[in-house]
Design a protein around this ligand. Sequence first.
Ligand SMILES: Nc1ncnc2c1ncn2[C@@H]1O[C@H](COP(=O)(O)OP(=O)(O)OP(=O)(O)O)[C@@H](O)[C@H]1O
Length: 921
Amino acid sequence: MEMKSPPSCPKTVTVRRNPHRKARPTPSTNIVLNPTPSTNLHEISSFPIDEILSMQIPQNPQNNSSSSSSSENLKVYLRVRPLISAKIGDQAFKSRTKNVWPQNPLKKNAVKEKSAKSNRGGDCITINEPHSITLLPPLALQVSKRIKSEVYQGFSYVFSANSSQDEVYEKMVSPLVEDFLKGKSGMLAALGPSGTGKTHTIFGSPREPGMVPIALQRIFKRTTKSCSESSRSFYLSIFEIYSERGKGERMLDLLLDRAELCMQQSTIKGLQEVIISDAAQAESLIARAMLKRATAVTNANSQSSRSQCIINVRCVAKDLDKEDDVLVNDAVLTIVDLAGAEREKRTGNQGARLLESNFINNTSMVFGLCLRSLLEHQKNPKKQLQKHFQNSLLTRYLRDFLEGKKRMTLILTVKSGEEDFLDTSYLLRQASPYMKIKFENVEGSSNLVYNKRQVQSLSRIEQPKRMKFSGFEACSIEEGKSTGEKNQHAVEDGKLDIKNRVSVDFNPVDLAKRERNYQITQKFAKAVWNVLKQYNEKLKVAESEVQSLRKNLSDEKIRNFELEQELKDLKSCCNCFEGSSVEATFAKVDTSLECVINTEAFESSETAETNVEVDSLNYEASECNSTPKTYDSTPRKDQDAPSQIKADVHSPSLMTSEHNVISEQCESPSTEHQDVLNQINVDVHSLSLVTSDCNTISEQHDSPSREHQDVFSQEYQVAFFNLEVVNTSCLSVENFNDRDCQNGSESNTATGQCINQTSEIISLNNEDLNASNYWAIKSNPPNADTADYVASSSQLLSTASTDTRSSVLLFPSESVQAEESPNSSPSSIKVLSTHDCDISYVPKRKPNLDASRKPLNMEKPKRRLLPASSILLRDISALGVEDETEKPKGSRNGKKVAVNEGKRTQGSISLLRLLKNNLNI
Ligand SMILES: Nc1ncnc2c1ncn2[C@@H]1O[C@H](COP(=O)(O)OP(=O)(O)OP(=O)(O)O)[C@@H](O)[C@H]1O
């Protein structure tokens, strides 16, 4: 069988005032119950024995109540009013009925029955000893409400029903009066339900004088004996706090025909003080004042007090009391007869009397709260006094007493009848110093359990903690909000048992504050809840967005992966079909940039002979991997002073601008020269534009066209190399003009030849450039510049070579040089081979450049990518064969070049010489 581990013990233990009524298990049963498996011992927290032991349990007030009370400013006495015999009760009842207004016959009969029961010997108060009593609930309440017996302790003294007025005075008032005579102020206050003997105790009757007359007699008797009359003066003042019809508190001077008074900071303004010389005078004044006091006849009391009556006897010492050697100075003895709390059912009050009852009950409740606070404070000084005194004039006036600053003696008056049980219990819970509750039957005194102290109801009042009320308790609280009387009604009706009756004792002000705090807290919680709900919704939306974004991201990744795969496939296909052509392209570019231009040193400054030799192009595929950025002019072994020409092919703009500057420097060219130069400018400018376009296109082009872009990049580098040659040609033309124009007309021929060569070179260069431009146009929509360039280039391409395989090598030819005219610049260009270069990438057809205005509609041209240098050199050799101006385009061939090469060597040499000079700068 599987054993469940018992719940862990709480760290704090709440001691219930009324524990469960189930019979306590016997010790043996206790051991058997809740067997704890040894295996689960470690899961059970240790019993907080230390915490329990550390709790401060009040000591037994029986042992030290007298001594402790004597040292405090608050003393609490209890006096039990004697039960009235049946005979006396009947007479009393008859006498009361005359004064009670109006009487309900039903209530009248009920009172008769209750009086008869109480007179038959029902007694709820048992005096255990002089300082404690036991309050026994009626049998009906014990059965129906399960009310337990209550033990109240800590009284300074408990006066039994048989106690006399003198006894009460001697034990209770005499110390107060003695202190008064010694100059120490004090107060005596009677508190208790209506008809319990407060007024009787304070004022008494002619046969049984109360505390006031006795005190006055003692005061003046002692004064007369001890000192002269002139040494002390006593002043008497009497006033009452009354609420007419419950509208508001008023202070009335009972010595001045109920003159209205007002209070300013615990002092009453306008209060009449009458100096008293003896006890008789004082008693007379008091008697007349009592006649002015508001009283009424109720079912509970034939002469019920309806106001709080305060009597002040002030002692003024004229000089030092020599006999007692004490300083007597303005001591005040205050005696207060409070109006007793009353219940409607018992008083039968209606109308104005009922309103008076509300005022009386409220005042009694406030006073009881102040008293409760003071008692708690005396037991535990850490507890702060509650400011309940502000809620009534009475407590405001008695503030110093209720705060413990002055000495106060309190006499609680109770009746011992069974019908008075609830009233007595209510009063004692408010004002008794200590309280015990019996959990067993009345006789079982051995099972008394101490509660820490007092009435928990009042503790709850002073500690405004949230409480969870049941419906019935809530109703009781609502009743408590209205008046204290209604609370008592609830008690009277037996709707509350003793355990729960505490709930009716809440101060309405506290309850209102609690209710307000509860409302605020509830609304705040709702607001927080709404905000959390909104955030939750936003969070859900955000999560959905995140999920969608993640999904999109995954899709994009998949798509990207597919594209990469496709790209790889395309690359692999291109490598298969065009790999050799691409390699050839690189080889072409490489070799074109590695072409060597050897120049021979000038033998003389006037007629420098330049032999330009261009090594055969090296088309080895192994050299394609190197990226040529410079092309060196290595000296040949047969050259005396070769000069190296290095040019950066990656500075097209610089070269272009240089070319433009050079072109502008041609100041006086002939018309033909000027046309050619202009054309060169136009072409070069177009080339610049194309170059820039190519750069842009290269950046913007997608990956699938990168192959073409690479090829194009290589080609435009070649084109710029050709441009460099063009630039040098321009320089040659310029220098040639400057120099040869002075020598005569012969040089004009050479100049024209040179220009023709230059034009041809440019035409050939533009062929390559145009071919490269085609790729740019193919990759990017044409713009105006590109179209213009293509148009202009197409005109020049009329002389484009259609050779599919070409390779040229320029070198200085001594034999040709010897055939040159001495007047002309010796130069020769010899075509060594036109088919040395083997380019595997051979376009099938040449693109129709005239239709290049619509490049987008064109298919990818399958042109032959020829090294620009080879074309350049080939055409240069062609220029040497035949004059461009004399022979039609397209008539160039190898044979004609061989025939006419001697006529063009002079311009070529000048061109190269000027090129060298320009580069040396
Ligand atoms: N100890 C007592 N011995 C004999 N009679 C008493 C005693 N206490 C009170 N009585 C009588 O009980 C009746 C009511 O007493 P008393 O008027 O003093 O009550 P109370 O507490 O002042 O009532 P209330 O608050 O309504 O003024 C009086 O007639 C009084 O004589």
